[in-house]
Design a protein. Structure first.
Length: 266
């Protein structure tokens, strides 16, 4: 497996420093949070995009994902605006050479069948552009669709290879789904895995990997022996928990912890 971290853990950090941090700590890739308060988002121009590509190329670090905030199962809203948001994320990822874009379900409290159909319709409509751009759209296990079973209801309706799943191990655990069950559901469509750790279901403040309650050994062990074919990405939610410990000093021990879990295979 290869290792990445999300820039959600280092909010606002300039791109040269992000690349230097990945190199210094032994991470091969970065998940870029695509938000206007960050250095990289759909509003940056061609020159800025080229500069980002050059910085990552110079550092030998891969841009794994453009992590967007489109909510594909959201009820109502401006259909044209949502379509444009997906298109902009796909084009940004293509320009940057990223493999994926991340989207959320965002179905809220509406009827699950209606939310599934809405998400599938929107994802299916965006899939041809994603295929043309060489980018996969990944639906994260999150909010209204937090388990693998939830995500698979949508992906089964879409049925397009350019639309897959992003497994956030915290949300499937919070949804009461065992890692082996999540893996069985998601693996045919899986882009990669987001790892993290928290104190409890009631306190989701980010912790160092291995310091909390999430079943990381069970999750990561499912990928033992996969070689370099997959990615584990540490999503440390410092942006939402400013009092949490700073991520940079945790990155090396975090990577070493994941390596040990892979070596043990459980």
């Amino acid at each position: 497996m290869k290792f990445a971290f999300s820039t959600l853990g280092v909010p606002g950090l300039p791109i040269p420093e992000v690349v230097a941090l990945a190199n210094r700590t032994g991470y091969q890739g970065v998940e870029l949070r695509a938000h206007p308060e960050e250095p990289v988002h759909p509003g940056i121009d061609e020159r800025e995009r080229a500069a980002v590509v050059e910085e990552f190329k110079r550092g030998g670090v891969e841009i794994l994902t453009v992590a967007g905030y489109a909510r594909v199962a959201a009820e109502g809203g401006d259909e044209d605006r949502l379509s444009q948001e997906l298109d902009e994320l796909i084009r940004l990822a293509s320009d940057l050479g990223a493999s994926y874009i991340r989207v959320f379900p965002g179905g809220g409290d509406q009827d699950p069948e209606a939310a599934d159909a809405t998400a599938a319709r929107r994802l299916g409509a965006a899939a041809p552009l994603a295929a043309e751009a060489g980018v996969r759209i990944l639906l994260e296990t999150h909010d209204s669709h937090r388990t693998g079973a939830d995500a698979m209801r949508v992906l089964g309706l879409v049925g397009h290879p350019q639309v897959g799943a992003l497994w956030d191990v915290m949300h499937t655990w919070l949804g009461g789904e065992r890692p082996v069950t999540s893996h069985a559901s998601l693996s045919p469509h899986l882009g990669y895995v987001q790892v993290k750790d928290i104190a409890s279901a009631q306190d989701t403040t980010p912790l160092a990997l291995g310091a909390g309650v999430l079943p990381l050994g069970e999750c990561v062990g499912l990928f033992a022996g996969d070689g370099d074919d997959g990615w584990l990405c540490w999503e440390y939610e410092k942006r939402w928990y400013p009092a949490a410990a700073d991520l940079p000093d945790l990155l090396i021990p975090g990577r070493e912890h994941l390596e040990a879990l892979l070596a043990r295979g459980h």
